[in-house]
Write a protein that binds this ligand. Sequence first.
Ligand code: NDP
Length: 481
Amino acid sequence: GTANIGVVGLAVMGSNLARNLASREGNTVAVFNRSPERTQTLVTEHPEAGFVASEGYDEFVASLAKPRTAIIMVQAGTGTDAVISDLVQRFEPGDIIVDGGNANFHDTIRREADIKPTGIHFVGMGVSGGEEGALNGPSLMPGGAAESYETLGPILQTIAAVAPDGEPCVTHVGTDGAGHFVKMVHNGIEYADMQLIAEAYDLIRQGTGRSPAEIADVFAEWNTGELESYLIEITAEVLRQTDAATGRPLVDVILDEAGAKGTGAWTVQNALDLGVPTSGIAEAVFARSLSSKRGQREAAADLPGPSGEWKVDDADAFIEDVRRALYASKIIAYSQGFDEIVAGAEQFGWDIHKGDIAKIWRAGCIIRARFLNRIADAYAEDPSLVALVVAPYFRDAVAGAQESWRRIAAIAAQAGIPTPAFASSLAYYDGLRAERLPAALIQGQRDYFGAHTYQRVDQPGVFHTLWSGDRSEIETTPSSH
Ligand code: NDP
């Protein structure tokens, strides 16, 4: 074979990734799709790519130079398993199979373990940036054996997005499912970021009465400062759009029910399993669920809200408060997301470099933002940082924003504007910095109804109060429970 890389699955993502690969010096790209029509279309429309096309697996595998490297871009789930099985039957030890689909990392761990005995490398790779990213430069999060990255890394570096400092947005994230895990958390953070922006928009719209086009100007302005990011940029674009059919702002004719493909929910499910409070991400996922509960929303539409008029006196000051609240909440969302990465790495035995993750998210992916440089810096300064929010830069940023944050949370509650992500981020922040938490009472309650025991602040040991007896305290040992 002559091709140094192959792509299986030529729907939009696979086609674009194959074109991206073909456009780079030194690559010859083999392509294959289950239905030959897709292959024909791609090859016909892009003669400049010099694709080596195949109509069957035998032909495809034969077209690849050794060690063979193939990237699978098919429907996640059974589609991926089917293609893997066909490739494994034909590949040899040392060959590399990359799954670039949106796989659940648990599946990736399973697949890697299944394939390992064959000597073939299996790499689960997170790909972010959608169709556009796949074509022009995605952020790539490959997992799998470090050995496979020696072959794969140089190829991936040519197609990945390039950060402002010239570094390609790809790194070997960790073994087996690490890449898909990190991609999952990326998507969870994306949910939180989007929800926070949506809440900011809602507050400004309801608080100041500004039109979507006017609020687009606010976001465009924000995009020149510390909030600079792809999501802020596209928010301005969406808010500025006028519906051709009605002449109204597009945002006013779009049905207000948010969809989801599941990676946000995975992030929260795994956070629950790992015991990591990713409350900002969870609220963002739940806010989408709530928006889609049309029947309940209609039934609840006449429930009472706050009495009295709500009026913002100084619109500019209010908008600045919203901006700061957004920034502080965003710091919390990322802090929580990185906590989940740390917990996942610990649980699944991955050596993940947090700073490198922040770096490969600086371009190509949906959450790309100026702010990610700050995260990379924070982990570079202190690799054992216990939480992003306590790093000097972020500590100062939140300190500067917190009065605004509190005002906005209070105003939203008084005005009856739902801001679950703003509010939960603030509650998390206050929970984290609280000297004493009412968790002591929870422990008391647990001891009362379940004899779950508690520890004391003033002496070591494990204790239980004889609640149904004379209410004296006894010392017990943890092993007896
Ligand atoms: P789809 O998810 O729509 O999947 C269609 C492709 O899967 C077709 O090539 C189809 O082949 C192939 N396929 C499905 N089942 C099988 C099977 N049993 N055997 C062989 N091939 C099969 O394609 P997309 O391009 O939208 O996405 C590809 C992957 O990338 C998905 O995992 C998706 O989740 C992920 N993705 C990632 C995005 C990102 O931003 N990272 C954005 C969008 C998608 P056929 O033509 O024969 O039907």
